[in-house]
Ligand binder design. Structure first.
Ligand code: PLP
Length: 302
């Protein structure tokens, strides 16, 4: 694990508000940010149970799929990725995430979207065991008790100075860890990358306090959807702060926080900590889509 640091963002807000970003994206080049945190105790558990194989689920651009493939390979575990969308089976070469996963030894299995919806059902998991043999199951997005435990390690003693902690939310595992480890004076704000309000219930399964809120106005039309305004925001943020943001999660969250500052959502002199949860591996795949649509591409580095 590479060291993580808090980087001040030098934007002058009129009301004394300060922004700082926790560079969890730098934890690891491939198992970045929250996926590293979420896998940590699950990998230990898989080993403790003497499992030889990890099986998990994800979409074609999933940071989680890339992370499991790499981490499994590194730990000497076989990995199986059940991928949403059976039309993708012959598209591995054109998809940087799937290609990376395969190069790291992941066995990719493509299933239809209908079948994919069964992923949490016991009978479906049993069928997978008959087909692939015994495995350690890592849920979609990696969220379970042990993942939340890993995410409780994101905030440290030096973060006590912040009164708001903001993060992007997918399955809600990361925000649950932040909620559990936050101090009483800290408020946690989650920015869902998906439409719909199933997340509140998910978070309540893992989170033990009510010091949090979800802000659902910044999903930009839903998971993986992006527009010119967001691309331009991410590229300008990179130019000004030298912090690359991913277009699926952290770009939308940081856009949302800055927009809310301008709308006076936060009290004057708030100290806001943004959690950079990583996800930069997805930029390459997104840029291929943007080129097809003749939109500007996202900057990864200078
Ligand atoms: C997966 C992911 C998230 C969402 O995390 P959850 O724990 O599923 O809410 C946020 N940011 C990035 C970069 C991710 O890859």
């Amino acid at each position: 694990m590479n060291p993580v640091f808090n980087q001040p963002i030098n934007i002058d807000f009129p009301n004394g508000i300060s922004l700082t970003i926790k560079r969890e994206d730098l934890i690891h080049p491939f198992v970045s940010g929250n996926k590293f945190r979420k896998l940590k105790y699950n990998l230990l558990q898989a080993k403790a149970e003497n499992k030889k194989t990890l099986l998990t689920f994800g979409g074609a651009f999933s940071n989680h799929i890339a992370a499991v493939a790499y981490a499994g390979n590194e730990q000497g575990l076989k990995t199986i990725g059940i991928i949403r969308g059976d039309e993708l089976f012959d598209k591995i070469e054109e998809n940087p995430t799937l290609k990376f996963a395969q190069e790291n030894g992941m066995q990719l299995e493509f299933i239809s979207r209908e079948e994919y919806r069964l992923k949490n059902e016991d009978s479906f998991i049993e069928k997978l065991k008959e087909k692939y043999g015994d495995f350690y199951l890592v849920p979609e997005g990696g969220t379970n008790e042990l993942a939340v435990k890993g995410c409780e390690e994101i905030l440290t003693a030096e973060d006590a100075v912040f009164n708001y902690v903001c993060c992007a939310a997918g399955t809600g595992g990361t925000i649950s860890g932040l909620i559990n480890s936050a101090l009483p004076n800290q408020k946690i704000l989650g920015f869902p990358a998906l439409k719909g309000d199933f997340l509140n219930d998910e978070i309540r399964i893992f989170a033990k306090k009510d010091n949090w809120n979800l802000i659902s106005d910044y999903h930009f039309g839903g998971y993986g959807k992006i527009n010119l305004e967001l691309i331009e925001f991410i590229n300008a943020f990179f130019d000004e702060n030298k912090v690359p943001l991913d277009p699926i999660y952290t770009g939308k969250m940081v856009f949302g926080v800055i927009d809310l500052i301008h709308k006076n959502y936060f009290p004057a002199h708030s100290k806001i900590l943004l959690i950079h949860t990583g996800g930069l591996q997805g930029i390459q795949g997104m840029n291929l889509k943007l080129k097809q649509k003749k939109l500007p591409i996202l900057k990864i580095d200078d």
